[in-house]
Design a protein around this ligand. Structure first.
Ligand code: FEO
Ligand code: CA
Ligand code: CA
Ligand code: CA
Length: 603
């Protein structure tokens, strides 16, 4: 049957077996459909997708490429409708365009890519008596934000000389957002979106001779001559030799108000600049947002921001303006973790320490607050702009690629996906420690963090590893102590979300290279006697990564990112034809899953 009672409430589905099927595979008794695909028209005047006749003008009104973070908002006043917000992280030109010549992209191809990045806001409508969702094209809230949309830099570093360019002498007005990976939502009804690997879009870093600037570029992975996509040939702002500060205007947390289609989204300098994976707030008892964030790079850090002002309730203009300014004032911190077992017990093999847990204490180290810097030798402005260098000086703990971060709405405990780090323990790199206990960590782990006295603004916390991922047959795995003969294999945790029952859901990015099976979505109880029982809910097509999970009572949504992205896969001969089949090219798409008998997911 559909129900497997031997699991926590919300996870009582029959787990999907690890597989390499070129489709979205869901549990027995569940149904699925595609909500929206790359290229589907969402704005007035946008044409239907035609893979042979793509234009930048069409793309600017169509759903973007490589959907990642997703959020659904209720839409008051319109029954059966919700507002979907999606990130579009990056473009896969070799899969998008026929006969793509990476050395010589055409202007039209580059402009299509510019328009395919960013975010989409699209209203979706529920089909009666099913879980299906349809896009409502041309709805007044629908919006595309891309590489040429106006954004405003706000907060303490806005207007800095290091943010000024020829086109914007104020240092506050930026065109576009790039590499929007995961994100979060605020209690005041806006979306936060992380600008992650922005480094890849800027060319001619090698021409920079000033040693201070060169060191900063290097710390952010901005190197070499031509960029991969050659955008610098078509717009000087992507050429570091011509516009050295444009790159400083990316790498921020973006905030978008999806209910105000005319609003200018913000880039919050107070939250620091790094390869932002995601950002998820939680409120203190007195209503101040605390935002948890990860910097997705091997040996980079976990951060939090504590706002100084409290959120206000209500929907009036003044209230919304106040709430949109909350992330401009506060204190930025980075995490230092200390294990409680002897360091000698961590030789990189992932064996549990003698006290039976990878655990310890931690502190949040202050980096900057307003115009005050707490880092020797750096101004506050420098801390916000070159946050990685500030955190290096502060002695933060080097983690195994901090990806998505999610506080449990029930317990306040914060879960951090540490996706992998195959350089851990290599010569010249940091070795294993209690928080990152495996050398050559190819499967990743999930950390659970509890603030002192459950106060999100606390400067101390306790932590332990919740999962050490991999094939459960591998002794160097840990499922919160749950028996390993009753868990699904899991590798490379990336996005995390909670369901209405308080279970954690984890989507993965990298299983094909580690377990040899497709990436997937898993649910796991974090409390009770099933704590640690990881169960696979679905798998995604060949070459795809599972992103943006949303788990509601009656629906699960996932963003299927980069289907067909495998070695030697091209437009002419892609490794996946999902979702359209036939001669159609693969299209990143949002999928909804529901239960055929109309009951809630996993009960
Ligand atoms: Fe875009 Fe860190 O995943
Ligand atoms: Ca320990
Ligand atoms: Ca991600
Ligand atoms: Ca990832």
């Amino acid at each position: 049957g559909t129900v497997d009672p031997d699991a926590a409430k919300g996870l009582r589905f029959r787990p999907v077996e690890p597989n390499t099927v070129d489709a979205v595979v869901v549990p027995e008794g569940y149904a699925q459909s595609v909500v929206i695909r790359w290229g589907d028209p969402i704005l007035r005047g946008a044409p239907a997708f035609d893979q042979a006749r793509q234009t930048a003008a069409a793309q600017a009104g169509q759903f973007g490429y490589n959907n990642d973070f997703l959020h659904l908002f209720d839409l008051p006043g319109e029954r059966g409708r919700q507002v979907l917000v999606a990130n579009h992280e990056y473009t896969d030109e070799i899969l998008m365009f026929p006969a793509y010549d990476a050395a010589n992209p055409t202007r039209e191809q580059v402009e299509i890519a510019w328009a395919a990045h960013g975010l989409s806001v699209v209203v979706v409508e529920e089909e009666r008596h099913s879980g299906r969702l349809y896009p409502v094209s041309r709805h007044g809230l629908n919006r595309r934000l891309h590489t040429r949309t106006a954004f405003r830099l706000t907060g303490p570093a806005a207007g800095s000389p290091l943010l000024r360019t020829k086109a914007d002498p104020t240092g506050t007005k930026v065109l576009g957002t790039l590499n929007n990976c995961a994100g979060g939502t605020t209690p005041w009804g806006t979306v936060l979106s992380g600008e992650e690997n922005f480094n890849q879009y800027f060319g001619n870093a090698a021409s920079v001779t000033d040693p201070v600037t060169a060191e900063r570029l290097k710390r952010y992975g901005i190197a070499g001559a031509a960029s991969e996509r050659k955008w610098e040939r078509f717009d000087d702002r992507f050429d570091l030799a011509k516009e050295p500060n444009e790159v400083n205007r990316f790498g921020w947390i973006v905030e978008l108000d999806p209910f105000d289609p005319d609003s200018t989204p913000r880039k919050h300098t107070a939250l620091g600049r790094f390869k932002h994976e995601a950002a998820q707030p939680r409120l203190t008892d007195d209503g101040r947002p605390v935002v948890y964030m990860g910097d997705d790079e091997r040996f980079d850090y976990m951060y939090k921001f504590v706002a100084s002002k409290a959120m206000r309730h209500g929907t009036g203009r003044a209230v919304r303006e106040h709430n949109l300014s909350l992330l401009d004032e506060g204190t930025l911190y980075v995490a230092r973790l200390t294990g409680d077992s002897p360091a000698a017990e961590f030789d990189g093999n992932g064996k549990l320490p003698s006290d039976g847990e990878f655990d310890g204490s931690g502190e949040w180290i202050k980096l900057a607050s307003g115009t005050t810097s707490f880092v020797e030798g750096m101004t506050a402005e420098e801390v916000y702009l070159f946050t990685r260098m500030a955190a290096d000086k502060a002695g933060a703990t080097k983690m195994d690629r901090p990806e998505d971060v999610e506080p449990s709405p029930r317990t306040g405990r914060v879960y951090v996906a540490l996706t992998n780090n195959t350089n851990r323990g290599k010569a010249g790199s940091a070795g294993a420690d209690e928080a990152n206990p495996r050398s050559n960590n190819k499967h990743g782990h999930v950390l659970e963090l509890a603030e002192f006295f459950d106060d999100p603004a606390a400067d101390r916390f306790a932590w332990r590893l919740f999962l050490v991922a991999g094939d459960p047959a591998d002794p160097a795995t840990y499922f919160a102590g749950f028996p390993k003969d009753d868990v699904s294999p899991i590798s490379c945790p990336d996005n995390v979300a909670f369901d209405p029952h308080g279970n954690l859901w984890i989507s993965t990015d990298g299983a094909p290279g580690t377990l040899g099976t497709h990436d997937a979505l898993f649910g796991v109880a974090v409390k009770g006697d099933k704590r640690g029982q990881v169960r696979q809910f679905l798998s995604v097509p060949k070459g795809a990564e599972t992103c943006g999970p949303i788990v509601q009572d009656q629906r699960v949504l996932v963003a299927v990112q980069h289907p067909g992205e495998t070695d030697a896969s091209t437009y002419e001969n892609p490794s996946s034809r999902w979702p359209d089949g036939g001669k159609r090219i693969p299209r990143p798409s949002v999928v909804v899953v529901w239960r055929k008998d109309g009951r809630d997911i996993g009960v």
